[in-house]
Design a protein around this ligand. Structure first.
Ligand code: UFG
Length: 328
């Protein structure tokens, strides 16, 4: 029987890829978005849309009242590490406040399962080893701190009210729908891969490389890039895994690439040079973030687009076909 899911931030980058995956599977996603970041063009025709702001408790309550829901997926959030270091209280108030308001409404409306879009920005381990889900929590940014606050709230909602939850800590989401239906379009764009692709296409000024003195193999930050469609698949699996208990999964490919290595991949895939300039560190950046995704892999998660060049290729093809993203 088709199941019905509420997806907050379903018009955003990762959320829209989950909405597509749910639709492909025959389930019924309902998108809740205020379009402050998401795009109307990312919501497929025929998908029910609730235009609402999670800061508005009356609107949140009205949305949850449209259940029953098999689960709520919570993506809607501010998500820029750098911005969160310029305006930390905004991140804490909006992300944590909205998350807790939504959890509270889920408890009152007897939603059985809650899946949180969480982040690798919870961690800051020395060295470049893979990070397991039980590694010490030590956010280096207000963004990471805001997601940790929601994870903690979920723990209490589970313990006291029986709300089952999954915290999915993405490492670096990247790439675009392999069928070309969806892609990455942040305004402003701050992420490495789309900026490097646009720099290669001559659509932006040279890319600024933030920091060349990190304790990594070439001095630039190392990240674990995970295809957004593989992330969507992990969400579907998490809903099944929650039948066996609450879930905390780190989601990445277990392979780290430096900023310079990403630029080289973009050059291989596009066949063009990526103009760039070297610069100082960006506040809030950890040196190396690589996932150990063992629990998700044991539960049957099988990333299909693990090769860095495949991730870059899907992002490049979408950008070529959509030079203005989802439009003005
Ligand atoms: N970088 C540059 N130049 C740029 C943009 C990025 O050198 O113009 C570098 C960053 O300093 C970082 C790496 O490229 O070392 C990746 O940066 P992104 O901004 O693409 O991604 P982040 O690692 O900062 O953050 C992403 C998500 C967060 C998430 C985090 C967890 O945006 O939501 O991954 O790893 F929390």
């Amino acid at each position: 029987m088709p199941r019905r899911f509420l997806v907050t931030g379903g018009a955003g980058y990762v959320g829209s890829h989950l909405v597509a995956a749910l639709g492909d599977r025959g389930d019924t996603p309902v998108v809740l978005d205020n379009f402050s970041i998401g795009h109307r063009g990312a919501v497929p025709a025929g998908v029910q849309l609730i235009e609402a702001d999670l800061a508005d408790p009356v609107a949140v309550d009205a949305a949850l009242a449209q259940g029953p829901w098999d689960a709520v997926f919570h993506f809607a959030a501010l998500s820029q590490v750098g911005e969160s270091m310029r305006d930390p209280l905004r991140y804490l108030m909006e992300n944590a406040g909205n998350g807790m308001r939504l959890i509270d409404a889920c408890v009152r409306h007897r939603v059985p399962r809650f899946v949180l879009s969480s982040t690798a920005a919870l961690f800051n381990l020395p060295g470049d080893g893979p990070i397991p889900e039980n590694a010490p929590i030590d956010p280096q940014s207000a963004y990471g701190e805001s997601k940790w606050a929601i994870e903690r709230a979920l723990r209490w909602a589970s313990q006291v009210h029986g709300l089952r939850y999954a915290c999915l800590r993405y490492f670096n989401a990247a790439g675009a729908d392999p069928q070309g239906r969806l892609g990455e379009d942040h305004r402003p764009e701050t992420h490495l891969m789309p900026l490097a692709i646009d720099a290669a296409l001559g659509r932006r000024p040279p890319l600024t490389v933030f920091g060349t003195d990190y304790p990594t193999r070439d001095g630039t930050c190392v990240r674990d890039y995970i295809h957004v469609t593989d992330l969507a698949a992990a969400h579907l699996l998490a809903v099944e895994a929650m039948a066996r208990g609450d879930v905390r999964w780190n989601l990445g490919n277990g392979a780290g690439y430096s900023v310079m290595e990403v630029l080289q991949a973009v050059e291989r895939v596009t066949g063009r040079a990526v103009p760039h300039v070297l610069s100082d560190r960006r506040a809030g950046d950890a040196s190396s973030l690589v996932a150990s995704a063992e629990p998700a892999l044991r539960a049957g998660w099988q990333p299909r687009y693990a090769a860095l060049d495949d991730i870059v290729r899907t992002a490049f093809l979408w950008r070529q076909a959509h030079p203005n993203g989802y439009g003005s």
